[in-house]
Ligand binder design. Structure first.
Ligand SMILES: [Mg+2]
Length: 227
């Protein structure tokens, strides 16, 4: 049997950062753009950081192109702020996820990666704070790769094929996330969509998004996927 590529979202799926992400975003926006706009009331769920910046900054006259140009700077500054402050927050792994990732890492029928709205410098900071081993996620697509989350799974798949050295078909890919945007980006690739209720969307919204599987938490993931 061909191995399956399991692509995990981070916030609300593997990790809850209890406000550290919002605070680091606020500090990074102040440094890079001189304003944190309406960050206090912003709804992050399912959005890439790039999309968050465009939504928050457009009303202030900062354009998509301005944000695009600033992304390398923003990535670096965001990663540094998060690293500095995250120890002050009670970051938690979502139920069962540390055990699940360990299990899948050792399982020859699963390859692991990330599809996350976090910029690439922030993702490992959040995962390490929740005691994940970053070497278990050798590939990923991030919130500084594209503004639209739907563009991320194909990028992660391409990187996985290069890293693992063999072709992987879209139907061998499983995208796991806590919001309708995660389900939608799985569909954009033609991947299996697994929704999980440990994060930031209501059950009603997740049911309406029609994932292939909707789980209360990831403790049942291997049983449901037959891994
Ligand atoms: Mg999420």
């Amino acid at each position: 049997m061909h191995p399956r590529l399991i692509l995990f979202d981070i916030d609300g799926t593997l990790v809850l950062t209890q406000g550290a992400g919002r605070e680091a975003t606020r500090l990074a926006m102040l440094d890079v753009f001189g304003t944190s706009a309406n960050i206090e009331t912003h709804h992050f769920g399912g959005k890439t950081d790039w999309q968050t910046l465009v939504e928050l900054l457009a009303p202030l006259g900062i354009t998509y192109d301005d944000v695009k140009r600033a992304m390398p700077d923003y990535n670096r500054v965001m990663g540094a702020h998060l690293e500095r402050i995250i120890g002050q927050y009670s970051v938690m792994a979502c139920t069962g996820t540390l055990e699940l990732v360990d299990y899948l890492h050792q399982h020859s029928s699963a390859l692991l990666g990330l599809v996350t709205g976090n910029v690439s410098n922030a993702a490992p900071v959040k995962l390490r704070a929740a005691n994940f081993d970053m070497s278990h996620f050798p590939v990923g697509a991030y919130g500084d790769d594209a503004m639209n989350r739907d563009d991320l799974p194909i990028l992660a798949l391409t990187r996985a094929q290069r890293h693992y050295g063999h072709p992987i078909e879209p139907e061998q890919v499983v995208v796991v996330g806590d919001t309708p945007a995660d389900v939608q980006c799985a569909r954009a690739l033609g991947a299996v969509a697994v929704g999980v209720m440990t994060g930031f969307a209501t059950r009603e919204a997740m049911e309406a998004a029609q994932p292939d599987y909707l789980l209360d938490d990831l403790t049942t993931f291997t049983a449901v996927l037959g891994l």
